[in-house]
Design a protein around this ligand. Structure first.
Ligand code: UT7
Length: 319
């Protein structure tokens, strides 16, 4: 027993920030951003909180699934930018949805939605009749330094969600970590403890882009390969690949390395940039709603992110 996806949802902030908008804040250009990353614009929270977006995505996923919030047995939110350290985003959602169940957040940076799926799968092996809401939501606009052109142009804000129920459509999943702070970190609460005396840290996300790039291409190809092996499937049987949307060049290089046709690879990076834990979830929801998926399609989801973390799974679409 694994699970089936019963419904999906997503939500984005109303405000669109184009590359030209950014070129008025930092020394960059539409040409540089598009050619180096594939990003044309991103959404940024102005009046919305990330909990608001997570809530909207959750409501949409519940509607799409035909489940009521009261039927949920568990809520898992993947985020590294929750509005509060406590209560968790999941607890705030539980309250707003009117659900009566346990709720917790996990942080695996951009891989969070895959981690949430893996945790959910473990619950289903114990509780096959559960209904679980998983959410990937991040407001990276809170984490980046808007004066650092090497990072602020890459990210956007958004949320995606899925309601999972009894079924056998998760054919294989694998999550991993390669613990290392230096390629990508974003500091947590600094506090003002008068007894601490350590060196002042950056307040914002710091990234070695080239190191993450190299890691990402290998990780994407290897993780898909491993879940295919686990599921006993050939790569030719994949209908769609839904990769983490960090850089179109990472996606193209990994697809090329796997010798797969580019047409099966879904992207929305041009519109939203890298929404961290929300990327794969938003892509899943948009493809579901646009009617892209047919019953029986085989989907490979893959992500990588700070940690460094990795994750991939093979899902049979059964909706
Ligand atoms: O979810 C995981 C998160 N992160 C990632 O996946 C990021 C992975 N890495 C990447 O996507 C790419 O490494 C970046 C997009 C971050 C950078 O692309 P790159 O081709 O590796 O560029 P670079 O870092 O080698 O920089 C090339 C030049 C530098 O100038 P010089 O030293 O050659 O004069 C940078 O200062 O581009 C400059 N640069 C920019 N120029 C205009 C860096 N950022 C910008 C910018 N606009 N926004």
């Amino acid at each position: 027993m694994s699970f089936s996806i019963l419904g999906t949802g997503s939500a984005l902030p109303a405000t669109i920030i184009t590359n030209d908008d950014l070129s008025r804040i930092v020394d960059t250009s539409d040409e540089w951003i598009r050619s180096r990353t594939g990003i044309g614009q991103r959404r940024v929270c102005t009046t919305e909180t990330i909990t608001d977006l997570a809530y909207q995505a959750a409501v949409a996923a519940l509607e799409n699934s035909g489940c009521r919030a009261e039927e949920l047995n568990l809520i898992i939110c993947a985020t590294m930018t929750a509005d509060d350290a406590t209560p968790s985003m999941a607890c705030l959602l539980q309250q707003r949805l009117g659900a009566v169940c346990a709720a917790f957040d996990i942080n695996a940076a951009c891989t969070g939605f895959l981690y949430a799926m893996d945790i959910a799968a473990a619950y289903f092996s114990r509780k096959p009749d559960y209904k679980i809401l998983i959410v990937g939501a991040d407001a990276m606009s809170k984490a980046v330094d808007w004066q650092d052109r090497s990072t602020c142009v890459l990210f956007g804000d958004g949320a995606g969600a899925a309601v999972l129920g009894a079924g056998n459509d998760l054919l294989a999943i694998e999550i991993g970590a390669n613990g290392n702070r230096s390629p990508l970190y974003a500091p947590a609460m600094a506090g003002n403890c008068p007894f601490r005396n350590d060196v002042k840290q950056s307040l914002y996300l710091v990234m070695d882009g080239q190191e993450v790039f190299r890691f990402a291409v290998t990780a994407m190809a290897q993780t898909i390969d491993r879940v295919l092996q686990k599921a006993g499937l050939a790569k030719e049987s994949l209908t769609w690949i839904l990769p983490h949307q960090a850089n179109i060049r990472i996606i193209d290089a990994a697809i090329h390395r796997m010798k797969l046709p580019g047409e099966i690879c879904l992207t929305n990076i041009e519109q939203y940039g890298n929404t961290s834990a929300a990327c794969v979830a938003i892509l899943l929801d948009e493809s579901n709603r646009s009617g892209k998926f047919k019953k029986g399609d085989l989907l490979a989801l893959t992500a990588f992110g700070g940690g460094l973390t990795t994750g991939a799974c093979i899902l049979r679409w059964n909706k």
